[in-house]
Design a protein around this ligand. Structure first.
Ligand SMILES: [Zn+2]
Length: 347
């Protein structure tokens, strides 16, 4: 039983990450699909001196009852052993990324934040002190209930502020400007602006676990409005006066990229990182000189642990083989998500 528990918790995490059923990928994996010549090698960067900004985001999911009293997963941050295990994953991953000169954007919510406050766990403060960005991951159902779509902008704003308050308290950071989540609320950007947020990414339809292709690419923009998950007219329209900068995830070429890692059909961790590599190189090729170009992907505590003797080996290898050479050559630069948004705002 002792050995079974970690396995079970990984299964639970895999199926509950982003609060939804595991992705049902029926598409062939990227590894099965022909790729254009050039996308497998970073050598020919036609964008010349274009720079691609890069980071790894981390989503901390709402496991257990949140500060607002919703949700009760079997995997629960109020269970000390489970909480500590994820804290250790966060510290271990951060250390790996730091060793490669990088910093993450760690996106948290209750009950992780409130358990950290109550128990005196300083992981968020420690990682903030080392330069990682601390931001908000907002599962609307977990903080607003099942009818979140029918609630007012002010109700969303109040609860987003409440969640940001716990993040600040747990981490000691004075400014939270990036968030992910709340994706199907058409007035999301009004609520986020009200809550003092400035940058957003990781759009994925929580029901289908897919991302509309109109949201992929390397160039940020300021959406004219949100989406209900079907109509992307306002979302994809740039409003120069918009309050929120949207950071696309990169030059991905299939709609389930954000969830494909959770599908065994997709070939597991190795195949997922192979697809990330292709997408990373494609993003580099799409990058334009003089523009802000962005690429990032998302991990969760409990994910990609792989071989117990080589935890997070797929991430370590990706950083060593794919990212480090491009950072050394100046083609890629580490940057947190809100730093990317700031760079876009200032250009
Ligand atoms: Zn999530």
């Amino acid at each position: 039983m002792k050995r079974l528990l970690p396995f079970l918790s990984i299964l639970v995490i895999a199926s509950l990450a982003c609060g939804l059923p595991a992705a049902q990928a029926t598409q062939p994996s990227a590894a099965d699909q022909p790729t254009e010549a050039g996308t497998s090698s970073p050598v020919e960067n036609e964008a010349g001196d274009a720079v691609l900004y890069f980071t790894i985001g981390m989503h901390i999911e709402p496991m257990g009852e949140t500060a607002q009293g919703f949700g009760s997963d079997k995997a629960d941050y109020h269970t000390r052993q489970f909480f500590d295990k994820h804290v250790k994953d966060m510290r271990d991953l951060a250390q790996i990324i730091e060793a490669h000169g990088g910093r993450m954007t760690i996106q948290a919510q209750s009950p992780f934040t409130t358990v950290a406050i109550e128990s005196g766990e300083t992981v968020l403060a420690d990682l903030a002190a080392r330069g990682h960005e601390i931001a908000l991951h907002f599962h609307e159902d977990a903080h607003l209930g099942k009818n979140s779509a029918s609630l007012s902008v002010q109700q969303w704003c109040d609860v987003m502020k409440e969640e940001i308050g716990y993040i600040m308290q747990a981490s000691g950071v004075a400014d939270v400007s990036y968030w992910s989540g709340g994706n199907l609320y058409p007035s999301l950007y009004e609520a986020a602006e009200c809550a003092g947020l400035e940058a957003n990414s990781d759009w994925k339809n929580p029901n289908t676990q897919t991302t509309d292709m109109s949201l992929t690419g390397v160039t940020p923009w300021r959406p004219a409005g949100g989406t209900d998950g079907t109509d992307f007219t306002f979302f994809t329209q740039n409003d120069p006066n918009g309050a929120i900068v949207f950071l696309p995830e990169g030059q991905y070429d299939k709609t389930d990229f954000a969830a494909s890692r959770r599908s065994d059909d997709a070939g597991g961790d190795e195949a997922y990182f192979e697809y990330l590599k292709e997408s990373f190189y494609a993003s580099l090729e799409a990058a334009q000189p003089g523009q802000v170009n962005v690429f990032h992907f998302t991990v969760h505590p409990g994910e990609f642990r792989g071989d117990p003797n080589d935890p997070f080996g797929v991430i370590e290898r990706f950083l060593t083989e794919v990212v480090d050479p491009l950072v050394a050559s100046g083609d890629v630069q580490w940057m947190t998500l809100s730093e990317m948004a700031d760079a876009y705002a200032e250009q």
